[in-house]
Design a protein around this ligand. Structure first.
Ligand code: FES
Length: 210
């Protein structure tokens, strides 16, 4: 997708961080050595996105550039490089579907087919109801439980056509299924269950113990 296509045509005339986020920005920037405040660009983009209904307007890019003493184009380069940053409005449920090789080998085509069958949208588009946006992304770093669909901040794993449909049903009802493996495996253990340390029982804290 071209950079122009990723940026909203309609933009707000102003953007300012909330008082709470201004405090958070001070805390984030203080973590970096003097003169290295540009290192805070990603957390600030994330704050802007969360504050602004899950997308970053160009006025926020300009503001972040001023705050971090960066050229605006450098902030925009970062915002357009990472697919997790949205530069135009997205639906309430932002679906990032991984189709990189491990997910593809484990059936991401079926996951994608289910989403497309239901909403008739391609990557980069939003459903007619306005609630679901789809983006095809590269590896989400959870290949062991492929295929993966990220819904806003959460990962759903081990999906096929039927389980993707069930997940979408739950989102439509605003009652999302529990996050993680839809086949119920714990963490990234084998699909057949634990194959080593099999006699250890997890403690309530989630830490394995004898
Ligand atoms: S290839 Fe999909 S999570 Fe890595």
């Amino acid at each position: 997708m071209s950079i122009e296509a990723r940026i909203a045509d309609e933009q707000p005339e102003t953007f300012k961080f909330s008082a709470e986020n201004e405090k958070e920005i001070k805390r984030i920037v203080a973590k970096y050595p003097k003169g290295r405040q540009a290192s805070a660009v990603m957390p600030l983009l994330d704050l802007a996105q969360r504050q602004h209904d899950n997308w970053i307007p160009m006025k926020a890019i300009e503001l972040i550039a001023r705050k971090l003493d960066m050229a605006e184009i450098r902030v925009l380069e970062v915002a357009t490089f990472y697919t997790m940053f949205n530069l135009k409005p997205v639906g309430k449920y932002f679906l990032q579907a991984c189709t990189t090789t491990p997910c593809w080998l484990r059936g991401s085509d079926e996951m994608m087919r289910c989403i497309k069958d239901r909403y008739a949208i391609a990557s980069g588009e939003t459903s007619e109801c306005g609630r679901f946006s789809l983006l095809e992304v590269e590896c989400l770093g959870a290949c062991v439980n492929a295929p993966i669909l990220q819904v806003n901040d959460d990962f759903y794993e081990d999906l096929d056509y039927a389980s993707t449909a069930a997940l979408l049903d739950s989102l439509e009802a605003d009652a999302p299924l529990p996050v993680g493996s839809v086949m119920g495996r714990s963490g990234s253990e084998a699909t057949s269950g634990a194959t080593s340390l099999a006699t250890l029982k997890p403690k309530q804290s989630g830490v394995a113990n004898a």
